[in-house]
Design a protein around this ligand. Structure first.
Ligand code: UDP
Length: 377
């Protein structure tokens, strides 16, 4: 490995953006990735059925950040893609987020005006001023009946916790709509990269100042990595510190088991993602990848998602207990000079993709500004 000015651990969104930014500013950057591929959990590839599939679950890009949108468009073309999700509830397929169609179908109603839907919600939701956990957040939005049908068991399957054991922010991710809008997100920009995310990352990392090293766990070689100006770590923060603050109470993460199968039919389901919020099925979702970008193939690939405690960490688990453990690591991290913790696992925060781009871009800008100020002195 050659000497580098900047060392980046992890080739997901945060790592790739910082790598590109520093390389573009003239620094030599070494990016070390444990897996055999770049792109982190955005990694996608063409499978045996000729379908572009994501190895670690569907990734739907959406943002209101102008700077992030401009940044991602510098490297690849994007095509508009408004993600929709349907949920199988009481044997019916209904839109999620809850909208007029959801309520009409599940309760046999015929709501035709937004005002009627607002009234229905007022009669059914449980207003709670400041929801203190995920259960209160969902009850406040949709009330007990929809909570039970669509959120309670799904959350238990996804997190192995009931909503009352999670921060309100988790359930607040899902809005409720008083119109017919059946998009999963409301952001100004909703799109997917032409050719997939791996291609996007290849382009982000395509620079003569960048050396990408795959298949190497940083912790196996950390004593050989020295002489850098700055190191950016994007892995789990507790691992960096040898789990020393969580020997008894572990900092929790959720992982996902992806179980794929080929179905010998043109389509398996009517939508890219169908959620299963009931107790009957252990999986949370079935993804049919060929829907993304309307890929045309004779067969189809479906992937069932089972969330689990075991395996690679994908999601931090937002609640007070974990936050307290994380705080201990954060304080430890703050004491280090020239080492920066960035991204979902290193910041232990449930960032969306665009937030990950934004944080990495902002971190680079603020560190560059600091450097400039130091030079001026
Ligand atoms: N959720 C739910 N039922 C659903 C979809 C989501 O209860 O059909 C809850 C669940 O707790 C989930 C949270 O809402 O963790 C946020 O969902 P989101 O789709 O944002 O999760 P992600 O896409 O990050 O997996």
């Amino acid at each position: 490995m050659r000497n580098a000015d900047i060392v980046i651990i992890g080739a997901g969104i945060s790592g790739a953006v910082l790598t590109e930014r520093y390389a573009d500013s003239g620094k030599k950057v070494l990016i070390i990735e444990k897996r055999d591929h770049i792109a982190g959990n955005c990694y996608d590839y063409i499978d045996d059925n000729g379908i572009l599939v994501s190895k670690y679950g569907a990734h739907l890009f959406h943002t209101n950040f102008e700077d992030v949108w401009q940044y991602v468009n510098r490297f690849n073309n994007w095509y508009p893609w408004e993600h929709k999700v349907i949920a199988q509830v009481d044997g019916q397929l209904v839109p999620i987020p809850v909208n007029i169609t959801t309520v009409n179908k599940l309760f046999g109603l015929n709501i035709t005006e937004e005002e009627e839907m607002q009234q229905w919600l007022e009669e059914n939701r449980l207003p709670i001023d400041e929801p203190k956990d995920g259960r209160e957040a969902a009850l406040n939005k949709v009330g007990p009946v929809l909570y039970e049908k669509m959120f309670r068991h799904y959350t238990k399957k996804q997190w192995d916790k009931y909503p009352e054991e999670l921060d309100a922010s988790v359930l607040n991710r899902i809005p409720v709509r008083t119109n017919w809008d059946d998009r999963y997100f409301s952001d100004k920009y909703q799109a997917l990269p032409v050719g997939g995310y791996t291609k996007l990352f290849e382009k982000i990392l395509d620079h003569p100042n960048i050396e990408v090293v795959l298949n190497i766990d940083y912790f196996d070689i950390c004593d050989q990595v020295e002489g850098y100006e700055k190191l950016f770590y994007t892995g789990p923060i507790d691992r960096f510190f040898g789990f020393k603050h969580s020997l008894q109470d572990r900092l929790e993460y959720r992982s996902i088991n992806f179980v794929g199968e080929t179905v010998d039919a043109e389509y398996f389901q009517e939508n890219s993602v169908v959620n299963y919020p009931g107790q009957k099925n252990e999986f949370t979702q079935i993804i049919e990848y060929k829907h993304f970008g309307n890929q045309q193939t004779p067969k189809t690939t479906i992937v069932k998602e089972y969330t689990t405690d075991e395996g690679e960490p994908y999601y931090p688990v937002p609640n007070d207990k974990n936050q307290k453990i994380y705080e201990k690591y954060r304080k430890e991290a703050e004491k280090l000079t020239d080492v920066y913790f960035v991204g979902r696992l290193a910041n232990y925060k449930y960032f969306n993709m665009d937030q990950a781009f934004k944080n990495a871009l902002d971190l680079f800008s603020s560190l560059e500004k600091q450097e400039e100020e130091l030079e001026m002195q």
